[in-house]
Design a binder for this molecule. Structure first.
Ligand code: WTA
Length: 630
């Protein structure tokens, strides 16, 4: 692709980055993938260790329940750790970690492997078997990584619940996954305060009845309740003789489940997205290597939380599969000052930095000086994820943080896709606000209402036309909903739930969600999450929640509430409802505004028309309201 002919504003990568990049010219990969995309993926899979090679690369006989590398046997935890132990990587840092108070821990591959084995033995001694679900609820501390890798080693299916979620969110996820073991921390540090994770878990465990064993990691040291017979300290367990450094791993079929991760969808309860050992491993390995360009000597920082897919794929699995050094920071971005992140990039010599537009816009607000105080020249690649990045934030990131020499890899993907789907390679011409083209081997399109290609420069529904290795396999417990939700709207294609347009150069511009998913500061929430929390309050009869655009957060939540008879709207009730949502769902779900109303716009079949509320909130014309009831 030659840059000269591209339309719109185009940026280029520095000579230095270009010369170093794994992929010098995407056309080579594109050509290979176009010839035979299955072979293309199989060649990548060949970089990793398989105890037994697959019989078939892709089994599409039961669409949309695709299977990859069938007959193959592997283990992702083995590929993240053991595979490196007979090489020079044995002594290489796998993890560098900084706590919010400034404490530091590092682990070599040798050490991380030992820790993982010790904890895997503990889980085994608790009767955790292949296929059992284990819920993990912690802040960003090293043990969250050890816990995930330990589960994977013995074939247990981890279900990580974001440490910013609260009582009802945790309850729902424990119950739905029927976890018998919960791994939790006593607390986590956030902006100098302690989030009492164990207290929240205790309340959730009163509501959810499946958990028999609770393993508690001591992080903050504040007093917590330890229920005899149920709760045990992590540090005591891993010192027991059963917790040896040797732990027989479970050989996994490629299609055996690796994890479930709950995410918000269009309606009702969060959906458990299921990923597998084989395909997910290949997808995250490839994209970390080729899109984020992770190289042997790099220090790689993804600022997400392991409780979300970005953390699963690009703090834990992608970097470790590549034998890379992953950096994780526990705390909040602006604490105690807005230079905390830049200070750590300088201190640790971070080469690849991957964050969300909302954080970038947050830093812009404090001005350039905080970043300019630090030497950020170690940076080679910048990444963005979670929501569309506005060109202004893109350019600030590129110029102020990247000093005009680092490509901004704007990665579009989802919990469901497991890996990046649209992004530029570091050597591609870059357009601020667009991720560019899909990864080689993946075809995508934008369709109109009737399912026909919308054509260039026209907004429509974003779909994926080819299967890919790390695709969601099903919804745990609900395969029928999986089919309906993703494969029914446009038969034969995976529907993303996003709207987008494709420009004259084939670059995809993602616009946003077209369903009831709300992206707040890059976090994925659903209208239903907030609404069900509201109606669980005794004063509330009915509720509707919508996302409204916001300069820094991307979107904020507005809620509309019908009170029960005899209840009166007031400032103090608003405060109480906001607090209630924080307690049930989590602080990220707190609405910015709550409006008390007498009626909600509904269709004749009784469905709330959130788009009418949204238009009203934004002072826009609500469009076609012919189906409205009143
Ligand atoms: C949005 C996060 C524009 C999109 C990895 C998608 C983006 C949803 C981008 C998935 C991006 C993610 N540009 N929009 N680079 N990345 N999105 O499951 O709406 O938390 O459908 O996965 O985030 O959110 P999820």
């Amino acid at each position: 692709m030659t840059g000269d002919k591209l339309t719109g504003e185009v940026f280029y990568t520095s000579e230095e980055t270009r010369n170093k990049a794994h992929i010098k010219d995407r056309a080579v990969l594109d050509l290979k993938a176009k010839k035979d995309y299955k072979k293309f993926w199989a060649d990548i899979a060949g970089d990793l260790h398989w105890f037994k090679k697959w019989d078939e690369i892709l089994d599409d006989s039961k669409k949309p329940f695709y299977k990859w590398f069938t007959g193959g046997e592997t283990n992702i935890s083995y590929n993240c750790l053991d595979r490196h132990l007979n090489t020079f990587r044995r002594n290489k840092l796998a993890l560098i970690w900084e706590g919010e108070p400034g404490d530091v821990r590092t682990m070599s591959y040798f050490r991380l492997h030992q820790e993982t084995c010790r904890f895997a033995n503990v889980l085994k001694s608790m009767g955790v078997n292949k296929g059992d679900r284990v819920t993990i609820y912690m802040g960003r501390i090293p043990e969250i990584i050890t816990a995930m890798l330990a589960c994977a080693r013995i074939g247990a299916v981890h279900s990580v619940v974001y440490g910013g979620f609260s009582v009802e969110s945790l309850t729902e996820r424990i119950e739905d996954s029927r976890s018998r073991v919960l791994i939790v921390a006593d607390g986590s540090y956030q902006r100098g305060k302690v989030v009492p994770l164990k207290d929240i878990a205790d309340e959730a465990l009163q509501r959810a009845g499946t958990v028999e064993h609770v393993v508690v990691v001591k992080r903050t040291g504040q007093p917590v309740l330890m229920e005899p017979g149920r709760d045990m300290w992590y540090h005591e367990l891993v010192s027991l003789p059963i917790a040896s450094h040797n732990c027989q791993l479970e050989v996994m079929s490629a299609e055996d489940p690796l994890f479930i991760l709950y995410t918000s969808g269009t309606t009702g309860k969060p959906k458990a997205i299921l990923h597998t050992h084989g395909g997910y491993m290949v997808g995250t390995y490839a994209t970390t290597r080729y899109y984020l360009d992770l190289q042997e000597e790099d220090r790689f920082w993804c600022s997400a939380d392991p409780g979300w897919i970005t953390g699963h794929s690009y703090i834990v699995y992608g970097p470790l599969l590549n034998g890379g050094t992953t950096f994780m920071y526990e705390g909040a971005p602006y604490h105690p000052y807005p230079n905390r992140w830049w200070q750590m990039i300088e201190k640790y010599g971070i080469n690849i930095f991957y964050t969300a537009p909302t954080a970038i816009r947050g830093f812009m607000r404090f001005g350039d000086a905080w970043a300019r105080r630090h030497n950020l020249t170690s940076l080679r690649i910048l990444g963005s994820v979670g929501e569309p990045i506005n060109p202004e934030a893109w350019k600030w990131y590129y110029n102020v943080i990247g000093n005009g020499k680092c490509p901004v890899i704007d990665t579009w993907w989802q919990t469901e896709t497991g890996m990046h789907m649209i992004a530029p390679f570091p050597t591609d011409p870059l357009k601020p606000g667009s991720g560019g083209l899909p990864f080689p081997g993946i075809e995508m399109d934008v369709l109109d209402e009737s399912g026909k290609p919308a054509g260039r420069n026209t907004e429509g529904y974003l779909v994926i036309k080819t299967p890919w290795p790390s695709m969601v396999r099903t919804l745990f417990n609900d395969p029928e909903k999986f089919r309906q939700q993703y494969w029914e709207r446009f038969p034969g294609y995976y529907f993303t739930g996003d709207s987008a347009r494709i420009d004259d150069d084939g670059y995809i511009w993602v616009i946003g969600r077209v369903d009831d998913v709300i992206k707040v500061s890059g976090y994925r929430l659903g209208s239903a999450d907030i609404e069900s929390a509201l109606v669980s309050h005794p004063a509330v009869a009915e509720a509707a929640a919508i996302g409204v655009p916001h300069d820094i957060k991307g979107n904020v939540i507005h809620a509309f509430v019908i009170l029960r008879d005899g209840q009166q709207g007031s400032e103090s009730l608003t405060g109480e409802l906001v607090k209630h949502i924080g307690h049930e769902v989590g602080p990220i779900a707190k609405p910015e505004k709550i409006e008390f109303v007498d009626k909600l716009p509904k269709t004749r079949s009784g469905k709330i028309m959130r788009r009418v509320l949204k238009a009203q909130a934004m002072g826009e014309d609500p469009g076609n309201i012919s189906t409205i009831e009143d």
